[in-house]
Design a protein around this ligand. Structure first.
Ligand SMILES: Nc1ncnc2c1ncn2[C@@H]1O[C@H](COP(=O)(O)OP(=O)(O)OP(=O)(O)O)[C@@H](O)[C@H]1O
Ligand SMILES: [Mg+2]
Length: 217
């Protein structure tokens, strides 16, 4: 695979903007490049110690129809990936609340993403995958076409179940700095008939949240 530098060079692009994005452990930058016809190209450059695992996961999921950004190029430590416009789901939740909008369409798209992941994860060739791993809302985005995409597949523990993941996502929603009524409605929209109070309470306690929030009424 081409390096990020060669990817831009051979297509006649030159980087004109590069800005750091928030990352707890790695180096993540958003870049913009322009060609002579003023066409712009947006991308993410992610440098992480185990970038090979993330590359395998992204490629496997992309090839199996799960919505993840496409890999554009790679060198030893850095992946160049398609930039997905839309901000994180953490931002989307807070923005929807501020504008008085309902979260249920995003919750439904998030559940669809999780279903699509669990349909294929058992066939991952490089390790046992029974969970989607780090379900922080900052690892997801909602694009204008109405789908949820997931980025960030670092090497970590990927064991669990669909139901565990769904309740962890609901707990992540309940941990956001939003009004209690609003986030409970959003978590309820995500869980639907799968809601299990005990499971949600366990997920909240694992994330360090208030277990009392698990009562969705
Ligand atoms: N393909 C992408 N398109 C748009 N934004 C992205 C993309 N990949 C990452 N980002 C943005 O960069 C942030 C950090 O990316 P990512 O979660 O992959 O890095 P990380 O180092 O694993 O961060 P952390 O450990 O904090 O989760 C994301 O929360 C998101 O805001
Ligand atoms: Mg992340």
């Amino acid at each position: 695979m081409q390096s990020p530098h060669d990817y831009l060079l051979y297509r006649g692009y030159e980087e004109c903007h590069n800005e750091p994005y928030p990352s707890r452990h790695n180096k993540v930058n958003m870049g913009v490049a322009l060609n002579q016809d003023c066409f712009s190209l947006e991308y993410i450059l992610k440098t992480a110690p185990d970038i090979d695992f993330e590359e395998k996961m992204l490629k496997f999921l992309f090839d199996n129809g799960v919505k993840v950004p496409k890999i554009m190029a790679k060198d030893e430590k850095t992946l160049m990936i398609e930039f997905l416009r839309g901000g994180t789901l953490s931002e989307a939740l807070r923005e929807r609340e501020k504008s008085g909008g309902d979260f249920s369409d995003i919750a439904a798209a998030l559940k669809d993403w999780l279903v699509s992941f669990h349909k294929v994860c058992g066939s991952f060739p490089d390790g046992e995958i029974t969970s989607a791993g780090d379900l922080s809302l900052t690892n997801f985005t909602f694009v204008s076409e109405g789908f949820v995409y997931r980025y960030d597949f670092e090497k970590e523990d990927y064991t669990g179940s669909f139901s565990d993941d769904l309740h962890t996502l609901a707990a992540e929603i309940l941990m956001e700095p939003c009004g209690e009524e609003y986030k409970k409605a959003a978590a309820k929209a995500l869980l639907g008939g799968d809601y299990d109070k005990e499971k949600l309470s366990g997920a909240l306690s694992r994330l360090g949240g208030e277990t009392g929030l698990a009562d969705l009424g």
